[in-house]
Design a protein around this ligand. Structure first.
Ligand code: ADP
Ligand code: MG
Length: 678
């Protein structure tokens, strides 16, 4: 079977259905086959209601008293009812599944499977799967459940895969059995594993199949990383000589003393820059750890070697701030710094100066990436908040170095890559970690507050902060009032806050304002012309106003862990105690995410939690078009990682091997883009 065939080859997929499948990233037979069940309904082990314990449960019973209501806040409908058998009854709840209210016949028995636990003050079975007991025979008692998309529900995937089922035996091997692969890589092992994942007879089959597929998956990612590292070693770049006395003198002029962690990271980088093979280093440091100054020292070394450096930032606000700071640090040493954003005036003139090498350090946004921005001798690329950029954008920047040479690359991020990912997918990156905040930082106190109206103690607290001469960020998810969404808008919030804090100067910032306007507001806030800045998440990354000591985040449930941590990182940047208030709807228990944020300010810990809650694809692949999409492998599975790593190393010694493995070669190419310098 040719796995690259389009999805229209599957019985039951016409052009319309194909289009819907394309929307969820399924184009080929392989894409469909690698859409794994998110779970399995197991009706083989149903218990009596009187015996159930919290956790994942299966029960057989009838249902009554079903009704749907709207939640007061947010776009949520709740369908509730009672499931009962001869021994007892439990409450069942579904969210945004209105059809559940019509699905059931009160006279019939059903199997239900889901998680039974304590929520919102009582025990309930939340969003279980359901199947008519009469329809369940020995075979269907254990069956896959696929992730549902708006128009493509789980049964639809079941049907498509059933249509394809006879062809599963013809699925070719990815890694043929040979001494280059471990002994369990046998002929047809992959076809069997894929079959068992979609059509298992019992849970044990699923476990075995997933183990096999996880191996193949990890092997591919790890091999791609190893090949990248090898290929990078073959590239040439300009060595940038380290000058001890100049560097010392520059560091001595900084307004503060570097932390030990900053020193170590700086040293790693300066040594890399001296080599004639390109640096490919990721600088990780929690928000506020002080990455920018480390980048500045690297840019300084570049300029001392009469070469150019470019710093790419994700927003104009951040680029502007970087430019102002770095200009202050560098211009007195004769290093010329320029800012290039969409709003920059006299662009043509500036681009000419960049091209002629009159500018040593260019700081910019995406505007930097256009084809007509060319450099004289670009030797160092710095990408701030690298996870905000896609593969193509990074590639565009790297290609601006002189012909035949690769620039050194320093990527910076406050969204740390957990160790497990470092060892696998990002195995070709060198990593420096700033695991220490500058001295004198005060801890940030984080508090979940359910619905402002009912918790009036927030406003006095904010008043107190403003009276002390400190400033506040007030984050809302939307710009305008939107009748279909119940989220708070910046515009209304600003008006509302003005009535409460009548003496405060309250500014407004959002993504639909013109660049120049945004810069002005941000500058006003930085210069304390504003007390409160009501803003969307445009202030999320990087922005540094040390006098801001509180951040209020409305509708906090709208944001992911990493984003909340980033937002919170806007405060606690000076030497004053800081606060983060997370506002949630009154009728909802806070999510695990929010509780974790409340508990910890450690970005590395939170990244591990995030990885567990969402998986790596969501976090690190979102902007990279799903390339990083570990579907099945568990990054805590160190045994498989070690094994895959061992065989990938052997394999990488003979890259020509790839010629024999066509599908593998294709996959590897795709994964290599994740971190390649080439
Ligand atoms: P991030 O790592 O989040 O990018 P920044 O580089 O923006 O952090 O630094 C945060 C703040 O800390 C800035 O105001 C910066 O000037 C300051 N800073 C950086 N390093 C130190 C240090 N060693 N001692 C004191 N303040 C520092
Ligand atoms: Mg930063």
């Amino acid at each position: 079977m040719d796995l690259t065939l389009p999805i229209t080859e599957v019985k039951g997929v016409g052009p319309k259905t194909a289009e819907r499948l394309h929307k969820v990233g399924i184009f080929t037979l392989k894409d469909l086959i690698y859409t794994f069940p998110r779970d399995y309904a197991n009706y083989q082990v149903a218990g009596h209601i009187s015996e159930i314990r919290p956790g994942k449960i299966t029960v057989r019973g009838k249902i009554k008293s079903l009704a749907t209501r709207r939640a007061r806040h947010r776009n949520l409908s709740i369908t509730e009812g009672i499931i009962y058998d001869d021994t007892g009854s439990i409450r069942v709840v579904w969210f945004n599944q209105n059809y559940r209210a019509r699905q059931f016949d009160e006279k019939q028995e059903y199997y239900f499977q889901g998680v039974y636990d304590f929520k919102n003050g009582r025990y309930q079975l939340t969003s279980p799967s359901a199947a008519l007991a009469r329809d369940i025979d020995a075979k269907s008692a254990f069956s896959p459940i696929y992730v549902a998309h708006s128009t493509l529900k789980s049964p639809f995937f079941v049907k498509l895969l059933q249509n394809l089922r006879p062809n599963f035996v013809k699925i070719p091997d990815l890694l043929p059995s040979s001494p280059e692969n471990p002994p369990f890589v046998k002929q047809s092992a992959r076809a069997e594993a894929l079959y068992k994942v979609h059509f298992p007879e019992n849970p044990q089959e699923v476990i075995e199949a997933r183990e096999y597929l996880a191996y193949e998956e990890l092997f591919e990612y790890i091999l791609a990383a190893k090949l990248n590292r090898q290929e990078n070693q073959k590239l040439q770049s300009l060595p940038l000589k380290f000058d001890a006395s100049k560097t010392k003198s520059f560091i001595g002029k900084l307004p503060f003393k570097l932390t030990d962690a900053q020193r170590r990271a700086t040293w790693d980088i300066l040594q890399d820059l001296e080599k004639s093979t390109p640096m490919n280093r990721l600088l990780q440091g929690d928000v506020g750890a002080g990455k920018t100054v480390v980048a500045a020292i690297a840019a300084h070394q570049t300029a001392m070697n009469h070469c150019q450096a470019a710093l790419l930032a994700p927003t104009a606000i951040l680029a502007t701030q970087h430019a102002e700071k770095l200009e202050k640090l560098l211009s007195s040493l004769g290093i010329s710094v320029a800012l290039l954003t969409g709003a920059t005036k006299h662009k043509t003139e500036l681009k000419k100066r960049i091209k002629n090498g009159e500018v040593d350090l260019v700081i910019g946004t995406h505007a930097l990436l256009t084809d007509d921005t060319t450099f004289h001798s670009l030797a160092l690329c710095i990408i701030d908040e690298q996870h905000r950029f896609g593969v193509n954008q990074r590639q565009k920047l790297l290609l601006k170095s002189p012909d035949g040479l690769a620039p050194h690359l320093l990527s910076m991020t406050a969204t740390p890559i957990p160790r497990s990912l470092q060892l696998t997918v990002f195995g070709d990156l060198d990593i420096s970690i700033i695991n220490q905040l500058p001295a004198g930082r005060q801890p940030i106190t984080t508090k979940i507050i359910s619905e402002i109206n009912q918790k009036p103690d927030l406003y006095p607290k904010i008043n107190e902060i403003i009276k002390k001469g400190q400033q506040v960020y007030w984050i809302c998810p939307s710009i305008e009032e939107n009748p279909t969404q119940e989220t708070t808008s910046v515009k209304r919030q600003q008006k509302h806050l003005q009535t409460i804090f009548s003496h405060a100067k309250i500014g407004l910032l959002h993504g639909r304002m013109k660049s120049a306007e945004k810069d002005q507001v941000m500058t006003d806030f930085a210069n304390h012309k504003l007390d409160i800045l009501v803003s969307t998440t445009v202030v999320e990354v990087g922005v540094d106003v040390p006098n801001a000591t509180a951040i209020v985040i409305m509708d906090a449930e709208n944001y992911g862990l990493a984003q909340l941590h980033q937002l919170r990182g806007r405060v606690g940047r000076g030497d004053q105690a800081s606060f983060c208030f997370l506002i949630t709807p009154a009728d909802h228990a806070p999510s695990r995410r929010l509780k974790e944020i409340e508990k910890s300010t450690d970005g590395f810990y939170l990244a591990e939690v995030d990885l567990k809650l969402r998986g790596p694809g969501e976090i690190y692949g979102a902007l990279q078009h799903g390339i990083l999409n570990l579907q099945i492998a568990n990054l805590a599975d160190t045994r498989t990682i070690a094994l895959a790593s061992k065989y990938a190393s052997n394999f990488a010694k003979h890259p020509d091997n790839m010629l024999k493995y066509e599908e593998l070669a294709h996959d590897i190419k795709k994964y290599q883009q994740l971190t390649t310098l080439n």
